[in-house]
Design a protein around this ligand. Structure first.
Ligand code: UTP
Length: 211
């Protein structure tokens, strides 16, 4: 086990990119992390708008979901690099984007912040976040996105959407199953694979508005 006091944050790409790069958000985010001494933060950056645009372009150009995922992963890594730049000088951050979970496990022993993007085609950064939690021994993943919880319908398009309170892993998996369609840039508030991984290791997921 890497650290006693570790926490994983899945930072949605839409938090990092709103219009362009949200420099103020990144800077404020790192200022908040710097207040928590003695905690090792594993951050997984999502792809956001650019990941979706690039993935859609590749899908049209070569009809390959695999290659659409590959280019989207590049965007997530760029966002992870932005996060590292924002933490520089404020936090003891590992200076490179980490691309394997075994590397993350090693780095978590010596650094307070480590940043990752996506890893392999076919999953999302939600699943990466839970795998990272397993790797570094974190019991909790905080999902920061535009959505402040799990709803029965998409709250962006349904005014009558109802937010669930505490959900068991089994209920979360059932909800994620209904929405799963395995296409780059399209998924439920938390990916099905991620929900199942959280279930197997009993990792708590907190859904919080990134704003
Ligand atoms: P995410 O969908 O996980 O990022 O990755 P996001 O921007 O936070 O998602 P939102 O904000 O909730 O919409 C973007 C895309 O990158 C590919 C997938 O295509 C995914 O949809 N990806 C990411 C992978 O193929 N593998 C990974 O490990 C991570």
């Amino acid at each position: 086990m890497a650290t006693q006091n570790s926490l994983v944050i899945s930072l949605g790409g839409s938090m990092i990119l709103s219009g362009g790069v949200n420099i103020k958000y990144l800077s404020d985010f790192c200022n908040i992390l710097s207040k928590y001494k003695g905690v090792t933060f594993g951050i997984v950056a999502g792809g956001g708008r650019f990941a979706r645009e690039y993935a859609d372009a590749v899908r049209k150009l070569c009809h390959s979901e695999f290659e659409a995922d590959e280019i989207a992963i590049m965007s997530t890594k760029q966002n992870a690099k932005l996060l590292i730049s924002a933490c520089n000088g404020k936090l003891n951050v590992f200076p490179e984007v980490i691309d394997t979970f075994s590397k993350a496990k090693e780095v978590a022993k010596d650094y307070d912040v480590l940043a990752m993007g996506g890893t392999i085609p076919g999953i999302t950064t939600d699943a990466d976040a839970v795998l990272l939690a397993e790797a570094i021994g974190a019991r909790t993943v905080i999902n920061l996105s535009n959505v402040d919880g799990v709803y029965n319908k998409d709250p962006k398009h349904n005014k009558d959407a109802k937010k669930y309170g505490l959900l068991s892993h089994a209920d979360l998996v059932s909800l994620a199953k209904i929405k799963d369609d395995r296409k780059a840039g399209k998924h439920f508030v938390f990916d099905l694979v991620a929900c199942k991984l959280a279930q197997r290791s009993n990792i708590e997921i907190h859904f919080i508005s990134g704003r």
